[in-house]
Design a protein around this ligand. Structure first.
Ligand code: ADP
Ligand code: RBF
Ligand code: MG
Length: 386
C-alpha cells in the first residue's frame, strides 16, 4: 500500500543502542559469560526480546527465557558492573559517524533519546571523538516517568530542541522505539538491528537496512554528497578464504557465477558491515587480480537461512577454481540487498551493479587498491593481514 508523502522535518532524534552503537555485540559477550556461570548457553535467540528495552526489562526477559534461579534485580545488579566495564569496547554501527558528521556539518539540530540512564549514555558516547558536541539534547530513560514505547522520551527531546513533534525525524532500530516515535507524532525511519525483521516494522514511515541507506533529502534534509558515480567509498576492508561450494544457483539459474567464501570465522567482519552489494578487487592465487562485485547477505529473493559472501569476478574464466585461496579488498558500497518480483529483474539489477562497479573501479580512488599487496601476497608467502 502506498504511504502518504513523507513530511519534511527540521531536526533529528536518534536512538543510541543498536542505532548508532553496536551495543548488542558487547551485550551478547557479557551475557554469554554470565549464562555460562549458570550452566546455560547464550544462543542469541532472545536478542529480539531485549532490543529497545530498559535494562531491567531486558534482564527480566533473560531471567525468564533461561529460567535462571534469581530475580531480575539481582541478575541486573550482578551484570551491570561487568557491562559498564565494557562500554569502551562498543563500536559505532556502519554509517553512524558519517551521518552525525553530515547532519552536524549542515547545522541540523540533533538529540539522543535512549531508554538507558543518562549517565550510561554519556559514558558510552564519551569514547567517540566529537560525539558529545553533536547533540543539542540528551534524554535518558531515568529522566522520564516511562521509557519507550511510551512517547515521553521523544516528546521531551523535541521540547529540549525547541521543535514541534511533527518536525522531528526519529531514527530507531527497535520496535518499542518505533512505536514511541509514532505515538509522539513524529516521522520515523526504522533501521532494524535484528536481521530479516524489516517486514514487522509496519508502523515506521520507512524501513532501511543500514544507516548507509538513509536518504536525508526524502525528509527535506541536506543530501549526502559522498556518493561518486553511483558508489559510496568505504574504508577498504579485507576478507579471504578458500572458494567453497554454494547452492549451485549462480551459474545455473542466474548465469552469474559467484565464488562463495565461507561466512564461518568472519563473524566480527560480517557484523561490522551490513548485508548489501559491494565491490572491489579480487586476488586469486596463481591467476591474478580482477575487478569484482559482490553480495553479502541472505539473498532475499531465495530467502537463504545463512548469510553468504558471494563475489562475482568480472572476468571470463575457462574453468572452475573451487578450493583456491581468494582474497578480496572491498572498497565501496552500492546498495542494500532487496527482493525482486522476478528472476529477470534480479538478473538485470546484478548486471547493472556490474556496470557501475566496472566503471567506478577505474577511478584513481578505487583503482589504486588493485596493487594492494594483500591481493597477491599469497602468491609468494603467507600474510597475516586481517
Ligand atoms: P556455487 O553455488 O557453488 O557458488 P556458482 O554457480 O555460483 O556455484 O558458480 C561459482 C563457481 O564458478 C566459482 O566457485 C568458480 O569456481 C567458478 N567461476 C567461474 N567463473 C567465475 C567468475 N567470473 N566469478 C566467480 N566464480 C566463477
Ligand atoms: N540476491 C537477492 O536476493 N537480492 C539482491 O539484491 C542481490 N544482489 C546481488 C548483487 C550481486 C552483485 C551479486 C553477485 C549477487 C546478488 N544477489 C542478490 C545474490 C544472488 O541471489 C545469488 O548470487 C544467487 O542466489 C546465487 O547464489
Ligand atoms: Mg556462488
Amino acid at each position: 500500500m502506498a504511504k502518504p508523502l513523507k513530511k519534511f522535518v527540521s531536526c533529528v532524534i536518534l536512538d543510541l543502542d543498536g542505532t548508532l552503537l553496536n551495543t548488542d555485540g558487547v551485550v551478547s559477550e557479557v551475557l554469554k559469560g554470565f549464562l555460562a556461570k549458570y550452566g546455560k548457553q547464550w544462543d542469541g535467540r532472545e536478542a529480539q526480546r531485549i532490543v529497545g528495552k530498559t535494562p531491567l526489562e531486558a534482564a527480566a526477559a533473560v531471567v525468564e527465557e533461561y529460567g535462571l534461579p534469581c530475580g531480575k534485580e539481582e541478575f541486573l545488579a550482578e551484570l551491570q558492573p561487568v557491562f559498564y566495564a565494557q562500554l569502551c569496547n562498543i563500536k559505532p554501527l556502519p554509517g553512524a559517524c558519517r551521518l552525525l558528521k553530515h547532519l552536524s556539518g549542515h547545522g541540523v539540530p540533533m538529540a539522543l533519546a535512549s531508554n538507558s540512564p543518562r549517565g550510561s549514555i554519556e559514558s558510552k558516547i564519551s569514547y567517540h571523538q566529537g560525539w558529545k558536541d553533536y547533540f543539542s539534547a540528551i534524554v535518558g530513560g531515568d529522566e522520564v516517568t516511562a521509557g519507550k514505547p511510551s512517547p515521553e522520551i521523544f516528546l521531551e527531546a523535541a521540547k529540549r530542541l525547541n521543535r514541534e513533534p511533527s518536525s522531528c525525524l526519529v531514527i530507531e532500530d527497535s520496535m518499542p522505539g518505533v512505536t514511541a516515535g509514532k505515538a509522539a507524532g513524529m516521522e520515523v525511519v526504522a533501521v532494524p538491528s535484528v536481521p530479516k525483521q524489516a517486514h514487522l516494522y509496519t508502523s515506521a514511515d520507512e524501513v532501511i537496512n543500514s544507516l548507509l541507506d538513509l536518504q536525508p533529502e526524502k525528509w527535506g534534509l541536506p543530501p549526502f554528497q559522498d556518493w561518486i558515480e553511483g558508489t559510496l567509498p568505504t574504508e577498504p576492508w579485507y576478507i579471504s578464504g578458500p572458494v567453497i561450494k554454494g547452492f549451485g544457483r549462480g551459474s545455473k539459474v542466474l548465469g552469474i557465477p559467484t565464488a562463495n567464501l565461507s561466512p564461518k570465522g568472519h563473524s566480527s567482519l560480517l557484523s561490522e558491515h551490513p548485508s548489501g552489494v559491494y565491490f572491489g578487487w579480487a586476488g586469486l592465487s596463481t591467476r591474478g587480480v580482477y575487478k569484482m562485485v559482490m553480495s553479502i547477505g541472505w539473498n532475499p529473493y531465495f530467502n537463504n537461512a545463512e548469510k553468504t559472501i558471494e563475489p562475482w569476478l568480472l572476468h571470463e574464466f575457462t574453468e572452475d577454481f573451487y578450493g583456491e585461496e581468494l582474497r578480496l579488498v572491498i572498497v565501496g558500497y552500492l546498495r542494500p540487498e532487496v527482493n525482486f518480483p522476478s528472476l529477470e529483474s534480479l538478473i538485470a539489477k546484478i548486471h547493472e551493479d556490474k556496470r557501475i562497479a566496472e566503471r567506478a573501479l577505474d577511478l584513481p580512488l578505487y583503482s589504486k587498491h588493485k596493487d594492494d599487496p594483500y591481493l597477491s601476497s599469497s602468491f609468494h608467502s603467507e600474510s597475516n593481514h586481517s
